[in-house]
Design a protein around this ligand. Structure first.
Ligand SMILES: Cc1ncc(COP(=O)(O)O)c(C=O)c1O
Length: 470
């Protein structure tokens, strides 16, 4: 069930809410074009638990009422859909019952403060799962720290390791929820262009040379952060090449950079050079593994940030870091881990049990098969309907998105306008620190069941055609 609360937390990051600026520009769009106001009954607004919670409500938060889902196709939502979450609910029910029926002492433990690293059972099972089923290269359980998911995990790192005025380099475009947050933060946000091989290292090097950075100290050992999504990138779906990843590790060592690799989509892999089978395909090697501990120049500059949100459920609020050894020591003394102790012992232990029983592994396989079919079907529709008009869309080997590039001077805002905002998507420029990519559209394939999704994508293509042919 989609609760209003759920919608609040997730949709807050969707495009209409992703920044004050975007909200305002959408308002202008509506007003100029006399698009009728959205159909939200006052009943839906009054019923919203957000109101009851006393949270300020604006026009956009009213969208969190269920009405919107009946009238608008939401291709922007980057979350698992109800069909997938129903299966996760069954898994969680099974392990909850089993846990509380059997392991008496553990019942108390998982309700208690925990060690800084998180549930030991989960850490053990997670390292086996990532090593054997996903990456097929060693993931050392000693490097794993459980956290509350990638958003909180990444933000905690920025708070812990940066000082006001320090620079955060991101891909242009980058993850749409972090861009406006960094723009309004006390950090200096710098976008680095991408190409087919991911973030351009020549441009990063140029920007590093132009950026004033402080001298590293024991307490603040990194001079700046590079935040990126190297595998199945959000929003462009590209993968960073192995050569670029090696180069980035070299630069990180040279300039004492902290590289935060947001590895949230790696597990959603549908094809790889060795396998066309989504059950067995192996994602590209993660950046963390390029910062090889056996290297004579090794210092430990890369953190991998993982999450259970994309292949189980965001409501678990569960993710993990893979930390280099030197960061483990610093992190244990971080206030959040020290005072708050381990993150999410309760969900952590239950997911650990689900991993031990092989339930997560099976769910991941099923999800990959389902998403692989969906993404291919959406891609086929796009190419067969608007491909001939010069619309470009690459079929990615994994991830949750398709990135659509409109031809000529066509913009995503024109498409939104043509649909009278009845088909929503992420306009590319909202993910760009420089406001570029106005001709790009990101759609997500995970939220709707296949039939509804394909109908929504057909509608979208119809509006694209209408605008391009004008
Ligand atoms: C790149 C990226 N990072 C982080 C997140 C959020 O992850 P979590 O739910 O673990 O906070 C998302 C989800 O949309 C994402 O696309």
């Amino acid at each position: 069930m989609i609760t209003s609360c759920y919608c609040y937390t997730k949709l807050r990051s969707c495009f209409l809410l992703s920044s004050r600026r975007s909200v305002l520009s959408n308002l202008v769009l509506y007003q100029n074009r006399r698009i009728p106001p959205r159909k939200f009954s006052s009943r839906a607004v009054v019923k919203s638990p957000i109101l009851k919670m006393g949270t300020p409500v604006n026009d956009y938060e009213c969208m969190f009422g269920k009405e919107i889902f009946k009238t608008v196709t939401m291709l922007q939502i980057g979350a698992p859909g109800a069909d997938s979450l129903r299966d996760v609910a069954a898994i969680m029910k099974e392990v909850t019952v089993e846990h509380f029926s059997t392991f008496a002492q553990r019942n108390e433990e998982i309700l208690q403060y925990q060690n800084a690293r998180g549930d030991p059972g989960l850490i053990e099972e997670l390292s086996k799962f990532l090593t054997n089923d996903i990456y097929r290269e060693p993931v050392d359980s000693d490097d794993l720290y459980i956290n509350n998911g990638a958003s909180a995990g990444v933000w905690d790192l920025l708070m812990r390791y940066l000082l006001p005025g320090d620079t955060v380099f991101v891909e242009d475009p980058s993850y749409k929820a972090i861009v406006p947050r960094l723009q309004e933060s006390e950090f200096n946000l710098v976008g680095v262009p991408m190409d087919e091989e991911g973030m351009r290292m020549d441009r990063l090097e140029e920007k590093l040379a132009q950026t004033k950075m402080r001298t590293p100290s024991e307490r603040f050992p990194f001079t700046a952060v590079v935040y990126l999504v190297p595998v199945f990138h959000n929003p462009t779906t590209k993968n960073m090449s192995a050569e670029r990843q090696r180069r980035l590790v070299d630069l990180a060592r040279k300039y004492d950079l902290l590289v935060i690799s947001d590895d949230v989509y790696n597990l959603l892999c549908y094809r790889s050079p060795e396998s066309n089978d989504p059950e067995t395909a192996r994602p590209p090697k993660r950046l963390f593994a390029f910062d090889d501990k056996k290297d004579p120049a090794y210092k430990g500059n890369v953190v991998s940030s993982g999450t259970f949100s994309k292949f189980l459920g965001p409501g678990l609020r569960l993710g993990w870091y893979e930390f280099p050894p030197r960061m483990q020591k610093w992190h244990r003394s971080h206030y959040v881990f020290d005072s708050g102790a381990g993150k999410n012992p309760y969900s952590g232990a239950l997911v650990g049990l689900a991993l031990k029983k092989g339930l997560v592994q099976q769910h991941v396989k099923n999800t990959r098969v389902m998403y692989a079919e969906r993404i291919k079907a959406c891609h086929d529709i796009i190419l067969s309907t608007v491909g001939k008009l010069g619309v470009k869309c690459h079929l990615p080997d994994g991830g949750a998105f398709l990135w659509i590039e409109l031809p000529g001077s066509t913009t995503s805002s024109q498409v939104l306008e043509a649909s009278k905002a009845s088909v929503r998507f992420l306009p590319g420029h909202l993910a760009s620190p420089t406001g570029s990519f106005k001709n790009c559209i990101r759609i997500c394939i995970t939220w709707y069941e296949t039939k509804e999704l394909l109908a929504g994508v057909k509608d979208l293509c119809g509006y694209i055609e209408q605008v391009v042919r004008k």
